[in-house]
Design a protein around this ligand. Structure first.
Ligand code: AMP
Ligand code: MG
Length: 400
C-alpha cells in the first residue's frame, strides 16, 4: 500500500523543499529574451522620449501667438524652417515664428504646442495663416512622458513579452538580465516502449512521455535533456539517473513508480536519496514519487501519459516557474458545468473540460488516452469526498 497524500500538500512540499529561487541570473541579447523571466528590476537610464515630440504633422508654435484666431481672422506666422526626423531645428522659436515638424519630430525650444497642418494655409513665401487656436502642450509628447530617468519600468520576475522587448529597446537595454533556465532531465522506463519513429512489434507501445514532457518543460521555458527509453532494469535505470543528475536541476522519470516487481523507481530513489512522497490521493496520478537527491527534485511520474501530464502540470510546472522566479501559481477561472460529472470518492480527481466562455464541457477520458487531453483545453479538480457534480455547478478550471 502506498501512503498517499493530497496533491495540494504535495505541491506545497515541492515548492518549500525545492522552489527557492537560486537567483542565478544571466544576460541574454534582446532576441533571446522573449518568454524569459527578468532577473532584476529595470530602471530607465534616460528620459524617453529624450526630447519634446510632435504627435501630428504641422507647425510648432507659441500657443500665445494663436490666441483668438479663427477662420474669419487667422493668425499669420512666419515659417523659419523645418525640424526633420533626426535633424532637429535647434534655435529657440521667437514670437511670430513657426517651424514645420512632422509626426514624431522634435519640437524646437520655446515652442509649446503643435498646430495640425489641416488648420493652416500657405500665403506665399514664408507666411502661413493659422485658423485654430491651440492650448499649451497640445499635440505634444513631452520629454520623459513615456519613461522618466530612474523610473522602475519592469520588475524582477516578469515574464517578458513583446511589449517589454519594445520597452527595453526604447531605453537601449540590449543585454537583458534574466533568470537562468532550469535544466530538466527526462527518462522513460518500460520494456514495452519504443521510440515514436520506430515500428511496433506485438505488445509494444510508443514512448509518449519523453516528447510530451520535453514539450511541457520547454513551454515553461526550461531546458529539457532527453535520455530516452530505459528498460525495466534496476541497474540500467540507476545508471541513467546517475548519468543525468549532475547535469540537471530536476529529474523526471516516467514509469516504474508503482509497487510491482518491475517497478524500480521506489528502490532507486530510496537508494540515491530521500523519498519524500510515494503516492498521491488523486486520480489519475496515484503512483507518483517525489524524492530529494542531494537537494535536487526527482519526480517519479506515472507511466500513464494522462497521469504524467496532470502531475507535471500540477506539481512540476509550478516548481519550474518558481525556479525562474516566475509566479508559481496558476490562475483558475470560474465556469459552469454543461453536464453532470460523477467521481469515485476517496481521491481527488482531475476532470478534463473544454472551456467555452464561462461554460465547461466535460471531456470523457479513459485512463491513459493522451488524445483525450488534446481534445480538452482546461481541467478542474473534484474534491476528495465529493461523489460528483451536477450540471450547472460552478467549478474553478485551470487552462492547459
Ligand atoms: P507504469 O507506470 O510503468 O506502471 O506504466 C503505466 C502504464 O503507462 C502502462 O500501460 C505503460 O505501458 C504506460 N506507459 C509507461 N510509460 C509510458 C510512456 N513513456 N509512454 C506511453 N505509455 C507509457
Ligand atoms: Mg512500467
Amino acid at each position: 500500500m502506498l501512503n498517499v497524500i493530497p496533491i495540494a500538500e504535495a505541491l506545497s512540499l515541492v515548492l518549500r523543499q525545492f522552489g527557492n529561487n537560486t537567483g542565478r541570473v544571466e544576460k541574454v541579447g534582446l532576441q533571446y529574451a522573449p518568454g524569459r523571466y527578468l532577473g532584476e528590476d529595470v530602471t530607465a537610464p534616460e528620459d524617453v522620449p529624450a526630447f519634446d515630440r510632435s504627435t501630428v504633422d504641422g507647425f510648432a508654435v507659441r500657443s500665445s501667438d494663436l490666441r483668438g484666431c479663427s477662420d474669419a481672422i487667422p493668425a499669420i506666422l512666419e515659417k523659419t524652417g523645418k525640424s526633420l526626423m533626426g535633424q532637429p531645428y535647434e534655435k529657440p522659436l521667437l514670437p511670430g515664428e513657426c517651424v514645420y515638424v512632422p509626426t514624431g519630430g522634435a519640437v524646437p525650444p520655446e515652442a509649446d504646442a503643435m498646430e495640425m497642418i489641416e488648420y493652416t494655409e500657405p500665403l506665399g513665401g514664408t507666411q502661413f495663416a493659422f485658423f485654430r487656436p491651440v492650448a499649451p502642450g497640445e499635440n505634444l509628447i513631452l520629454r520623459g512622458e513615456d519613461l522618466r530617468e530612474g523610473e522602475t519600468i519592469l520588475h524582477s520576475g516578469r515574464n517578458l513579452g513583446s511589449a517589454d522587448i519594445g520597452t527595453l529597446a526604447a531605453i537601449g537595454i540590449t543585454e537583458v538580465p534574466v533568470f537562468c533556465q532550469p535544466v530538466v532531465g527526462i527518462i522513460s522506463t518500460g520494456d514495452e516502449l519504443v521510440p515514436p519513429d520506430e515500428p511496433l512489434n506485438p505488445g509494444q507501445i510508443r514512448d509518449v512521455n519523453s516528447d510530451m514532457l520535453r514539450a511541457a518543460v520547454e513551454q515553461v521555458n526550461g531546458i529539457a535533456v532527453k535520455r530516452g527509453i530505459v528498460e525495466d532494469d534496476y541497474d540500467a535505470l540507476m545508471e541513467a539517473c546517475n548519468e543525468l543528475l549532475p547535469m540537471v536541476d530536476v529529474l523526471l522519470v516516467s514509469g516504474g513508480t508503482s509497487m510491482g516487481e518491475q517497478d524500480n523507481m521506489p528502490k532507486i530513489v530510496a537508494e540515491m536519496g530521500e523519498m519524500l512522497v510515494h503516492g498521491l490521493a488523486v486520480k489519475p496520478g496515484k503512483p507518483t514519487i517525489i524524492g530529494d537527491v542531494g537537494g535536487k527534485a526527482v519526480f517519479g511520474l506515472p507511466g500513464n501519459p494522462v497521469a504524467a501530464f496532470f502531475i507535471f502540470d500540477y506539481l512540476v510546472k509550478p516548481l519550474l516557474l518558481a525556479l525562474q522566479s516566475g509566479e508559481a501559481v496558476t490562475h483558475p477561472v470560474e465556469a459552469r458545468l454543461t453536464r453532470a460529472v460523477s467521481s469515485n470518492h476517496g481521491r481527488e480527481e482531475f476532470i478534463l473540460v473544454r472551456l467555452n466562455g464561462s461554460e465547461a464541457e466535460p471531456v470523457p477520458s479513459k485512463s491513459g488516452l493522451i488524445s483525450t487531453v488534446s481534445r480538452a483545453n482546461a481541467y478542474f479538480v473534484i474534491p476528495r469526498d465529493q461523489e460528483g457534480l451536477p450540471k450547472g455547478a460552478l467549478v474553478h478550471v485551470t487552462r492547459l
